[in-house]
Design a protein around this ligand. Sequence first.
Ligand SMILES: NC(=O)c1ccc[n+]([C@@H]2O[C@H](COP(=O)([O-])OP(=O)(O)OC[C@H]3O[C@@H](n4cnc5c(N)ncnc54)[C@H](OP(=O)(O)O)[C@@H]3O)[C@@H](O)[C@H]2O)c1
Length: 222
Amino acid sequence: MPTILITGANRGMGLEFARQYAADGWRVLGTVRDPMGGRALSEAGGEVYVCDVADPQQVARLKASLAGLGLDILLNNAGIYGENQEFGAVDPQGFLKVVAVDTLAPLKLAEAFVDQMVGRKIIAAVSSKMGAMSDNTSGGAYAYRVAKAGLNMVMKSLSVDLASRGVLTVALSPGWVKTDMGGPGAPLEAVTAVAGMRKVLAGLRAEDSGAFIHYDGSSIPW
Ligand SMILES: NC(=O)c1ccc[n+]([C@@H]2O[C@H](COP(=O)([O-])OP(=O)(O)OC[C@H]3O[C@@H](n4cnc5c(N)ncnc54)[C@H](OP(=O)(O)O)[C@@H]3O)[C@@H](O)[C@H]2O)c1
């Protein structure tokens, strides 16, 4: 049975990924921050692990809990948008927190679990078009844009550094999706965005490693 580890799997797209992979017969290991917050994940068929991805001690505990388990996919989904990130009022601590969660944590999780990758050995991250220079016509959102642009670079460097170990990496763009982060006005349902990203993951080829790919399969200019 193939196995996936999904961060931030208690709500939003992480929970939808858990639902879809579990329904497809995968073993789903999902992380939540709140120890009491795993019910939806468990009902979706996932195994619940507690981990704040920005806390090195919790990442070390997660690694210890999953020792010896093979992972076909490590899916870095957990992310935050950040508050007070508009020009003239950028909150420095908040800025660094977004980078810690959205950029650094996926790298540290890759370091933690790279030796446990098996099968297709895919390390993926849910990024955003907001991290693409090519898509930035509205400015603002400094922390989130910087963090996702940085995440794209992390995924690209991982594709180079881990190629000799047979690990493929990819930065995924889900589109604008109806979740707590995307808000009720978003045009896409999580079920659609997640189904699209799963298709991208299923079809990922060695030559795609390090790429930035939209949920519809198109590649996104940096
Ligand atoms: N929605 C969109 O339109 C959109 C567009 C582009 C990219 N994305 C990206 O898609 C991913 C999923 O977003 P979403 O829309 O599903 O957002 P969401 O509904 O707000 O869910 C975010 C998830 O991340 C978890 N999380 C936040 N900080 C964490 C931390 N420090 N450690 C562990 N987990 C943490 C949350 O856990 P808690 O419940 O504990 O807070 C929650 O499970 C994110 O990376 C986001 O940037 C979203």
